[in-house]
Design a protein around this ligand. Structure first.
Ligand code: SAM
Length: 346
């Protein structure tokens, strides 16, 4: 079992397999995208698998693949199959915009992918096209159906709530009434937008301002819940009550879950800004270019790529132990980070 310097159990690794994406969500990427990484700097699947094996040897048992959009990387199905086959891995999960699931879900499931989180910020085709800068809602909805048809479980939908987007939250609640679908409303976070890396390893969130994120645009979880209660009742969905922990969809993260009377699925909130959950943080991140990030909101990174290319397996394990020891106790995340979410993987 891996334990960090503050006694937290760390068993979860998020791996970004690419910084490329087939969408351009307004809060995540600039319209023309970010300049892609030089392919030579992006970890090969072999390198990621070597890192994962070392992480498992240090106590990691759950892996989530993310991006960019992980499904745009060629060979992802075989990669998942090899990761899933590693002794010590309990489950593999994927975070995706779902647009490629219609053609890939069956193969992904056969390769061992069970859990899928689908990012979808609006059920209105026009708003969806605006948020994703040109995405088609029908593709994402077909992706959700494909995940269910392939037998994936649980299927969760991540909705980043941005005040300026004026999203219809109740439309998501309706999806939970007759389908085992788990919606998680996420507070919009100040990630990305700083121009310069932070010298000397100081936590970026203490040293610079994000350029695009504004605090007013981030809707606190309590406000999201209050809106669901009022708007859900007005829409005839009944009362909204908390879901007991053992009845909630099994998760690796800090969501709190609720359910409308009689609903099959659930609604959750993830509140990194309004209710810090650093005390329960259980994760490390590996970026597509091979950097270990100890905290989403800190630009302090360790260089796993060089160790993977020049060092031994024991060197990789030592780097992971170093990351565990260096994991900060908490974040002070009112400002941005150098890297954008598309580069970190969310
Ligand atoms: N392309 C995949 C997808 O769409 O799920 C995986 C990568 S995407 C960067 C991961 C998640 O980060 C998405 O759910 C996205 O909405 C979320 N995200 C990006 N920027 C964010 C921000 N500033 N605050 C909160 N969530 C953010």
């Amino acid at each position: 079992m891996a334990v960090d310097g503050f006694g937290r159990r760390i068993d979860y690794l998020r791996i970004s397999v690419t910084d490329r994406c087939n969408l351009r969500c307004v809060y995540c990427m600039p319209p023309d995208g970010v300049p892609w990484k030089d392919p030579a700097t992006v970890l090969s699947f072999e390198e990621i698998e070597r890192f994962a094996a070392a992480a498992v040897a240090e106590g990691i048992s759950k892996i989530r693949l993310t991006g960019g959009e992980p499904l745009v990387r060629k060979g992802i199905v075989g990669h998942i199959e090899r990761l899933r086959a590693m002794t010590g891995i309990e489950a593999i999960a994927l975070t995706t915009n779902a647009t490629l699931l219609p053609k890939m879900a069956k193969d992904l499931h056969a390769a061992g992918l069970e859990r899928v989180n689908i990012s979808l910020d609006s059920l209105d085709p026009e708003v969806y096209a605006k948020v994703t800068r040109g995405g088609k809602l029908a593709d994402a909805l077909a992706g959700i159906d494909a995940a269910f048809d392939a037998g994936m479980h649980p299927v969760k939908i991540n909705v980043v709530v941005v005040r300026a987007l004026d999203q219809d939250l109740v439309s998501f609640a309706r999806l939970t009434m007759d389908r085992p679908i788990h919606i998680r409303f996420i507070e919009y976070m100040p990630v990305g937008g700083e121009e310069e890396p932070v010298p000397g390893g100081a936590c970026s969130s203490e040293t610079g301002a994000a350029t695009s994120w504004t605090e007013e645009d981030s809707v606190p979880a309590d406000e999201i819940l209050a809106r669901l209660v009022v708007e859900g009742a007005a829409a005839g969905l009944g009362g909204l009550g908390p879901v007991a922990k053992d009845d909630a969809p099994g998760g690796w993260g800090p969501a709190r879950y609720y359910r409308f009377d009689g609903a099959v699925g659930t609604l959750g909130v993830i509140s990194p800004l309004s209710h810090h959950f650093c005390g329960e943080c259980n994760r490390l991140r590996l970026t597509a270019d091979g950097k270990v990030r100890m905290c989403l909101f800190s630009d302090i990174e360790l260089d796993a790529r060089t160790v993977l290319r020049e060092g031994s397996d024991e060197d990789v394990r030592a780097l992971i132990r170093q990351a565990l020891a260096a994991k900060p106790e908490s974040h002070n995340m009112r400002r941005g980070t150098v890297r954008r979410m598309s580069q970190i993987g969310g």
